[in-house]
Design a protein around this ligand. Structure first.
Ligand code: UDP
Length: 330
């Protein structure tokens, strides 16, 4: 007689725990939503200098969500086990880092050091949100991950560019020296609900000007290019990278939408999408404003089977609705 099989009961996998630095920011808060939907317990650490509790107010009171108001440049101590550290904290718009150059340098250097230290002590996987800014005013187009960049270290954008370049170097050093699993994503221009109305970036600027029928302020001749990725595509790409187990996953990956347009074309698209009566006016080009930017996403396509799905016309619909609601509250 065959031996009786003892019935095996599959035990539920323990709930993964994610720490999101900058989790009250535009991108960080969208990541929190996605992680919670996937069953993670989420701990946000944010000092709210550019983030806002409004972005995570809908999560307050959930047992699987915790918010800690702390500057990530200070020592991070948590009792909890941690499986994933997502380092999103940083001022990210040109006017923010112009106003906060020292905090920007500190969060990229000291903050990354603390976040990596947390990952090391917990045996967690770590992801750094780097940026297309590390390519500076690029001399290679579109930008591949193999391009080393063209950055003015002492210019007004240097504080952001160099802090992220340092953060990349530190992340690779922790990976090589301590063997911790790390991921580096280079984020290109991203837009969507929860961007700050007055963060000075082109999407909130043009959309709020268009909604109010005020002049649209195009900087320079408007022939500089950018490529805009909807936040849902971006967060999808970033989570794929964190959970990717391929041996090359520690190397940088560009995530962005390769559809490139000039700022003049973008202004016209915003006027169309909002049905605005705004006219276009020209204002001086800020120093070191990159002339062109478009991601080469071949690596993300191959490694992560990822490519953006949301067209600019589609993505602008919820974005414009969000800004209309924010402006109506004012
Ligand atoms: N820009 C513009 N008008 C504005 C704000 C920005 O023409 O009111 C331009 C800016 O000069 C840059 C592009 O839009 O060429 C994107 O600027 P943003 O600040 O969004 O981010 P960047 O890609 O430069 O980091």
């Amino acid at each position: 007689m065959p031996p009786k099989k003892t019935p095996t009961r599959s035990r539920p996998a323990p709930q993964p725990v994610s720490v999101v630095t900058g989790g009250a920011g535009f991108l960080g808060s969208h990541l929190c939503d996605l992680l919670l939907a996937r069953g993670h317990r989420v701990i946000v650490i944010d000092n709210l200098i550019t983030g806002s509790t409004d972005n995570v107010a809908h999560l307050a009171g959930r047992p699987d969500f915790r918010f800690i108001k702390q500057d990530v440049t200070e020592h991070l101590y948590l009792e909890d086990p941690v499986d994933y550290v997502w380092h999103f904290a940083s001022p990210a718009s040109p006017i923010d880092y112009l106003e906060l150059p020292i905090q920007t340098l500190k969060v990229g250097s000291l903050g990354t050091h603390k976040a990596l230290g947390l990952a090391k002590s917990k045996g967690a996987r770590f992801l750094l949100t780097s940026t297309s800014e590390i390519y500076g005013d690029p001399l290679v187009h579109p930008q591949t991950e193999a391009y080393w960049g063209n950055v003015n270290t002492i210019g007004p954008r240097g504080c952001y560019d160099e802090s992220k370049r340092f953060a990349e170097a530190l992340t690779m050093a922790y990976h090589r020296e301590h063997g911790i699993p790390t991921r580096l994503v280079r984020i290109f221009n991203t837009y969507g609900p929860r961007m700050r109305l007055h963060d000075g970036r082109v999407v909130p600027a043009f959309v709020s000007q268009a909604i109010s029928n005020k002049p649209i302020t195009v900087f320079g001749d408007g022939l500089q290019t950018r490529s805009f990725c909807h936040v849902s595509d971006l967060i999808d790409g970033i989570t794929r990278l964190m959970f990717c187990d391929h041996e090359s996953a520690a190397l940088p990956v560009n995530i962005g939408n390769p559809q490139e347009l000039t700022m003049l074309e973008f202004a016209r698209e915003i006027i169309r999408a909002t049905g605005s009566k705004s006219r276009i006016v020209f204002r001086p080009l800020p120093q070191d404003d990159p002339k062109q930017r478009r991601p080469d996403i071949s690596r993300a396509e191959e490694l992560l089977k990822w490519r953006p799905k949301v067209s600019l016309a589609e993505g602008l619909v919820p974005t414009i609705a969000y800004f209309r609601a924010r402006l109506a509250l004012k």
